[in-house]
Design a binder for this molecule. Structure first.
Ligand code: AMP
Ligand code: MG
Length: 349
């Protein structure tokens, strides 16, 4: 476990009760709360740290959430040859697979269409070529990248009667941009079914919030400072009954000759997206949607990203390379920027 946590670049401060996720920090609310006692647990799922805080919950409930997420991971992760996603990719051009996670694929394709292809789950061949976040990470040649671009097109994804298929041989799927948010949604539904009304779960940079703290106050979530370390935050969001997801260029990257290449790729070029942003945080009731939108907005940039969020009734925080922090209208009263870090708050009207 310790080795896994270290691998994910995460640290746990027990004394300060501050738990870090990839792009968001979760301030544990274990002290001085009235009402139900919180049960806290940590696991390694979907290649990252999952932290559960369930008021009135127990180990059994936390384990139930973890095991349901592991079942989902075994289906939608392309890291396992036996997963349904790997089967869909292997059958590309010839057949499909019926999936109980059909809604996740549907949502992914919807975000692909509405983002004009900035978000695209058929990016898999190019993601594998770069290998960012794996021991085989490298900067491929332009020829290698361009040779794979004809296989990247969300139009190859066919969704019919609960069955998912790819119409082009050689195309493949990667749900890495949406899976953690879907996992957070699944955990919240397990808590809800057990009658829990107050809980918070973080799966990497995706956080799901059920209710508020037992006393009625909102949960406080820190938005990571892209220039700081894993525990540094530039501001806080006070939220109830919602999901939050962050995508940032500081999360995973490979370096060559002093140039940093991060893990969020522009499907049009096959290179890391360079839209002027360093991080995007999205807030919406649907965690899987937050996850997909944060990746999509990172590729689209500020202006088009804000429009995409508007279309879904979502809100967001966009941090650009000039240290400006743009916050959409619906969460301006929930967000507080920390003083003294040199960031400038810009409220989007
Ligand atoms: P996230 O950290 O949620 O922003 O997701 C990033 C992950 O999604 C990467 O590690 C890739 O596996 C995959 N990915 C990269 N670029 C894209 C893209 N433009 N659309 C969809 N998925 C992507
Ligand atoms: Mg994402």
């Amino acid at each position: 476990m310790a080795a896994s946590l270290k691998k994910a670049g995460m640290f746990i401060y027990r004394a300060a009760a501050l738990l870090t996720a990839a792009g968001l920090l979760l301030f544990s609310a274990s002290c001085g709360e009235k009402g139900a006692e919180p049960y806290g647990g940590q696991d390694y799922v979907m290649g990252t740290l999952m932290t559960q805080t369930i008021y009135g919950g127990n180990e059994e409930l936390a384990k139930k959430a973890t095991s349901e997420i592991r079942v989902m991971e075994a289906a939608i992760s392309n890291k396992f040859n036996t997963s349904e996603v790997s089967k869909i990719s292997a059958l590309a051009g010839s057949g499909g697979v019926e999936s109980k996670y059909f809604d996740i694929y549907k949502l992914a394709v919807d975000v692909s269409v509405k983002s004009g292809g900035a978000f695209d789950i058929t990016i898999a061949p190019v993601v594998d070529l770069w290998g960012i976040g794996t021991p085989d990470a490298r900067v491929p040649s332009r020829e290698e990248i361009e040779g794979l671009l004809p296989f990247v097109d969300y139009g190859f994804v066919k969704l019919e009667d609960g069955t998912v298929s790819l119409t082009k041989e050689g195309a493949a799927l990667d749900l890495g941009s949406i899976g953690k948010g879907a996992a957070a949604d699944l955990a919240l539904s397990v808590y809800r079914d057990a009658g829990i009304s107050s809980a918070i779960v973080a799966v990497g940079g995706s956080i799901g919030v059920l209710g508020g703290k037992p006393g009625g106050a909102p949960f406080i979530i820190g938005v990571r400072d892209p220039k700081g370390g894993g525990n540094d935050y530039l501001g806080t969001l006070a939220l109830k009954d919602i999901s939050v997801s962050t995508s940032g260029s500081y999360e995973r990257f490979v370096e060559k000759e002093g140039v940093r290449y991060h893990h969020i790729l522009d499907p049009k070029t096959g290179y890391p997206a360079d839209s002027g942003l360093v991080s995007v945080t999205v807030v919406h009731e649907n965690g899987a949607l937050c996850d997909a939108l944060s990746t999509a907005c990172f590729v689209l940039g500020l202006e088009k990203g804000v429009k995409l969020l508007d279309g879904y009734g979502a809100n967001g925080i966009f941090i650009d390379k000039e240290d400006k922090v743009f916050v959409t209208k619906g969460i301006q009263s929930n967000f507080e920027l920390k003083d003294g870090l040199g960031y400038e708050l810009v409220k989007i009207e």
